[in-house]
Structure formats: structure tokens, C-alpha cells
Design a protein around this ligand. Structure first.
Ligand SMILES: [Zn+2]
Length: 341
């Protein structure tokens, strides 16, 4: 079902909505969001924003700008049941303790895979095309490619992502040469159907540094295994061979924000041209707007917002109409009003 929502910061949005509907001959219902509460609830700050909500009320796609093909693709995938965590019905319920033990074992597996990738790369001068290429020379034990929480013989645990063509493997290899990657960009970079996963993940290192996963495991903390208040998590292997836990989106995980701040600080120190070449203020604004307040990073966030405010006063900064919104959203992530300098 398609629903349009018109929202306005001030005044009555209804007449404008009617006008827009008639002009474009829209046949779907357009709801009026008086007071902007719906926009606030869904984190909408740019227009138009497309949201795809599945049958369970879970937001599957959220993107500012006009992107009909992306929306269509996501809807088709959802209708075909091809995107999302693997169906829980197939999963036998396990005890929470067993689930936690499995996560610890899985982390050891990921570290071993990390060492094998490292050895492969040292010898061949490039990353493997697929994880099965590690076996048997670099990873002698095939069992390390199976996560103990995966009840199947070996599937990536998240539907709609490329599976290894040669071996049943529980892990999602993010550095594959398959096309159509999923990931968040904070500046110009490869995207869409022509980009490969590897191209996009390498580009992400510009903004997210060491937090960009090489391998991920989606088999953990499924709803049946969770303690009250616990949220599903994913295990991520970093390029340096470390394993960290994140939410489903590692990019917006609070633990990733320090890496993003480091990258912004480094580029700002190199000069405004470097910053403006690597970052899109629009995407930065969207990114920080989607974060919860992060009091532990308050000083760094304020410092970055202050440096961007200085940049906004320069000639180069004035040409960037989205910069004020980026500053505002970074200040919002810092937890509020004391940003004024
Ligand atoms: Zn696992």
C-alpha cells in the first residue's frame, strides 16, 4: 500500500497537499502530518523521503531523495521474502546461555578466518574472491566456516545477500566481488547495481576506518534467544582481525561513531578542500540525526561541530547549503543546546 504524507513546519499543509495531488494526478491517499509528529517519529528531515515498511511494521528502507528503482527493488524483495534475517521458524529455540556460548565460539572462528585472510593476502597480494578460497591452504579446518548458532549446514543468515558458491558457509563475506552491495555512504562512492561489495566496503573505510567489517555473522541473538531488553546483534570481523558486536547496522552503532569522528577530524585538519571532497554534508546530517545522544562523545562532537561552523563561514563553506544541517545534527548527537559558541 502506498501512502503519501505531507508535512510542513508551519501553516496548514492541507491545501498544498491537495494542490500537489491534483498537479501530479496522484491516486494514492495523502495524509497530512499536522505538527510534523510523523516526520519526527520516522526521522524524516529531507523531502522527499521514501520509507518502505514491511508487514511487521519494520522500516526496511529509508532514504532521502527520489529513488523509485530502489523502492521498487526493496518492495519486490520483501514480497518475495528475499530480504531480512533468515526466518525464525526454522530456528530451534535455544537457551540464552547456549546462545551466548555460541557467540563466543563464533568470535574465535571469525578471528581464525581473519588470520587466514591475512595469510592469503600476504601471499597473493589481494583479498580472496570468496571465503571458500581460504580452504584448505589458509584455513585447514572447514568447521571454522560454520557458526555454532547456525542451525543450517551453512547459510549467510541474512537473506538477499550473496552466498558462497563453493561451500556451505555461515558467514557473510563483505569483500566479495558480487554486485549490488548494501551499505551506508557518507560521501561520494560506489553504489547501486554496478558496484561490487568490495568496492563499496573499501570506500567506506574513508569514513568508518577500521569499523568496516570484512566478515559478518548474522546468526546470533535471534528473538527466541534474547533476554528481555536485549536487542539482536551481529558479530563483525575488522580488517585488523578484531571482532566486535554491533546492531544490525554497524554504521550507526554507537561504537562506530568515534571512528567517524576521527576520519572527519583528520580531513578537517588536512584542510577544507579535503573535507569537502570526501564528505557530503547532506549524508553527514542524515547520519548524525539517526544517532541517539552520545554523552560520552560530547566534547568531540561539539569540537567537530565548531570546526564545521568555522568552515561554514568561509567562501567554500558558504557554497554548501547542507552544512548548517550537518552542524545541527552533530550538535543534536552531542545531546543538545550547549553547542553555541
Ligand atoms: Zn556466528
Amino acid at each position: 500500500m502506498v501512502i503519501g504524507v505531507n508535512t510542513a513546519e508551519q501553516g496548514d499543509p492541507a491545501p498544498k497537499a491537495r494542490q500537489f495531488r491534483d498537479k501530479h494526478r496522484l491516486t494514492y491517499p495523502i495524509l497530512v502530518d499536522q505538527g510534523g509528529h510523523v516526520a519526527q517519529r520516522y526521522g524524516v528531515f529531507a523531502f522527499p523521503t521514501n520509507l518502505v515498511v514491511d508487514r511487521n511494521g519494520v522500516v526496511r528502507l529509508a532514504g532521502a531523495g527520489f529513488d523509485p528503482s530502489g523502492v521498487e527493488q526493496m518492495i519486490n524483495a520483501l514480497l518475495g521474502g528475499q530480504v531480512g534475517r533468515a526466518p525464525a521458524a526454522r530456528q530451534k529455540p535455544a537457551s540464552t546461555a547456549a546462545a551466548h556460548a555460541a557467540a563466543i565460539t563464533c568470535a574465535r572462528h571469525l578471528e581464525a578466518i581473519g588470520r587466514a585472510i591475512d595469510a592469503y593476502q600476504k601471499e597473493k597480494g589481494e583479498l580472496p574472491a570468496r571465503l571458500s578460497d581460504l580452504y584448505p591452504r589458509y584455513l585447514t579446518d572447514k568447521a571454522l566456516l560454520h557458526c555454532p548458532a547456525d542451525r543450517s549446514p551453512g547459510e549467510p543468515g541474512y537473506q538477499g545477500v550473496p552466498a558462497d558458491p563453493n561451500l556451505p558457509i555461515s558467514y557473510l563475506y563483505e569483500m566479495s566481488l558480487e554486485k549490488n552491495p548494501g551499505g551506508l555512504l557518507l560521501g561520494p562512492g560506489p553504489t547501486g547495481e554496478s558496484a561490487t561489495w568490495r568496492e563499496q566496503k573499501m570506500a567506506q573505510r574513508e569514513w568508518f576506518g577500521e569499523r568496516v567489517p570484512v566478515v559478518r555473522c548474522w546468526h546470533h541473538a535471534l528473538p527466541a534467544d534474547l533476554l528481555p531488553g536485549e536487542t539482536p546483534f551481529v558479530l563483525n570481523l575488522t580488517p585488523k582481525g578484531e571482532v566486535y558486536r554491533s546492531g544490525e547496522l554497524w554504521e550507526t552503532d554507537p561504537g562506530t561513531v568515534p571512528a567517524v569522528l576521527s576520519a572527519i577530524e583528520k580531513d578537517l585538519a588536512a584542510g577544507p578542500e579535503t573535507f569537502q571532497r570526501h564528505w557530503s554534508s547532506e549524508l553527514v546530517a542524515e547520519y548524525f540525526n539517526n544517532l541517539p545522544p552520545l554523552p560520552a562523545l560530547r566534547n568531540r562532537l561539539h569540537s567537530v561541530a565548531g570546526q564545521l561552523a568555522d568552515l561554514a563561514k568561509t567562501d567554500a563553506g558558504k557554497t554548501d547549503g547542507d552544512l548548517p544541517r550537518a552542524i545541527e545534527s552533530i550538535t543534536h548527537a552531542a545531546g543538545g543546546e550547549t553547542a553555541k559558541r
